[in-house]
Design a protein. Sequence first.
Length: 359
Amino acid sequence: MAVEYADYLRLKELLALQGGVTGREADLASDELLFVVVHQVDELWFKLVLRELERVRDVLAQEFVNEEQIAPAAAGLRRVVKAFELASAHFALIETMSPRDFLDFRGKLAPASGFQSPQFREIEILLGLSEAARARVLAATGMRDPLGPRSDLSGWAREKVEARLRQGLTLERALSNWLYRTPIDGSRPADRDDERNVAAFVDSFLEKHRDEVAKVRDHARASGLLDPALDQQFEAEIADARRFLTEGPRERRRTRAAALFLELYRELPLLSWPREVLDLIVQLEQAFLVFRQRHARMVERMIGRRVGTGGSDGVRYLDETARDYRVFADLWEVRRILVRKDAKPAIGHADRYDYRPQA
């Protein structure tokens, strides 16, 4: 029997799910129907995002990642970026209703809140957002964790979040492990002289970085634009780069050096796709932050800075998450210390990064 479009997409069941609190769509004004549809669509995007992030995490978590698997992982990350961009655009649809029209049905939502979305929380967990960062924001805004141990939400929502927490392995952890294993100028972590080789690469880069900062500083001085405070900022930039690359446990230092190595020599065949993955992860976090910021501005436009339906601090909480929730901070920091293409240190083993397909 041939499959019909409506049956394949389960349209009868899908289109019967917009009934709101009463379950009867006829009870909903057009604005409330809009609100329900947009949030249901967002949850479908979140479902897709979770699937793609799991796939990328599992690729990077392998002890050996074949080169042919990197391009599909990059495609999955690109899909996640687009999903968040589309979800952010949905806020413009909600803004087609007036704040007063929203207030006409807002009371039906209490005490429900978007903060209670288990899938959104799962995304935060899967990415690798630390519980410490989450606790800081909750404490700063005086808010109780809506999906925490003392939550009175239904068992299904809590179970989804708890199951995600039990998985343990996050995208951030898988990425860090993958970067740690990255050969740096041909040197691998298990090599006897790896620590010395990585230190040599870092030292050669820091010398180039210092020279580049000095050139900018000297140009500012010659132009009469440099005041003492700015001069101190240049010195701090040099010191921060050294601290970023040379302090902390070996694993963290090597991971940071690997991210820098991929950015510096991205034109080499075996480094181009890994570097694309790093860039897409930054794009992903940027798209996630933009989603949070867009959400905050939509809420402020609709209800101002009043208390949220779930008893949250509303806009303030959203602003705090957009400012403080960063998972891939090291990838952002690498961008701060990059040097021009012509200023990067010479690589000693470029031939080891040529692509040689399996026979």
